[in-house]
Design a protein. Structure first.
Ligand SMILES: CC(C)(COP(=O)(O)OP(=O)(O)OC[C@H]1O[C@@H](n2cnc3c(N)ncnc32)[C@H](O)[C@@H]1OP(=O)(O)O)[C@@H](O)C(=O)NCCC(=O)NCCS
Length: 200
């Protein structure tokens, strides 16, 4: 059992990258995939610093892009460890874009990476605990724990709903959606029962 505690200030990092034209689409806006790759790299560096070992990305929480980033802007990626489990840790990554000429900085998004520390054989490795140095650290830790619990509950609820899904009984639910059927559901329904209730 690792009894050491490290503050997030020891592993906090900021990576700055210039957005060059090859990162952008025809309108000069940066591809989301480029940003995701930069965020992943930043989360890796931060988590590996805290863990003192290699880390892999287990999951990424919802990513929303509030504003576009343009070619020629500087992107600052600020990362810190928000939460520590046993072998996993949550890294918050804040992305800001700076217009070099005006110095105006816009916050484009923040997201949370769950990283898992691994030993040399690729087995999950316990990470040092987190030393919370101020109320901001406490808030981030509690928020991350809340996010983790809610994610688990919503995953369980979603999986239950999927198990209960009966596409023929619930076709009416599509009435107000922007889709239309290109086949006769009654015909398919009959075909299903012919095949012992198996769907297609
Ligand atoms: C992530 C990974 C290491 C988990 O391995 P595992 O054998 O399932 O490990 P465990 O079940 O022992 O879980 C280890 C920790 O990871 C966490 N974890 C596992 N899957 C997770 C997920 N999808 N999201 C968040 N956390 C996850 C567990 O909660 C546990 O945390 P804790 O030790 O702090 O309690 C494994 O699934 C893996 O190697 N995935 C591929 C990672 C990768 O290649 N990423 C690059 C992108 S392709």
């Amino acid at each position: 059992m690792d009894q050491t505690y490290k503050p997030s200030s020891q592993s906090r990092i900021c990576i700055t990258e210039l957005m060059i034209p090859s990162y952008a689409n025809f309108k000069g806006r940066i591809h989301a995939g480029i940003l995701l790759s930069l965020m992943d790299k930043t989360a890796f560096a931060c988590s590996a610093k805290h863990a003192g070992s290699y880390c892999v990305t287990a999951s990424v929480d919802q990513v929303d892009f509030f504003q576009a980033i343009e070619s020629g802007e500087l992107v600052h990626l600020k990362a810190s460890v928000n939460y520590v489990g046993n072998t996993s840790l949550v890294v918050g990554v804040r992305v800001e874009a700076e217009d070099i000429a005006s110095g105006v900085i816009k916050h484009t998004n923040t997201c949370y990476f769950t990283m898992v520390a691994q030993d040399a054989r690729g087995r999950p490795l316990q990470v040092p605990g987190l030393l919370l140095e101020n109320t901001e650290d406490v808030r981030r830790f509690m928020e991350a724990k809340l996010r983790k619990d809610m994610r688990l509950h919503s995953k369980i609820r979603f999986e239950k709903k999927v198990r209960e899904l009966d596409i023929f009984a619930q076709l009416d639910g599509l009435r107000n959606e922007r889709c239309t059927l290109a086949f006769d559901p009654d015909y398919l329904g009959k075909k299903n029962s012919d095949f012992g209730g198996m769907i297609l």
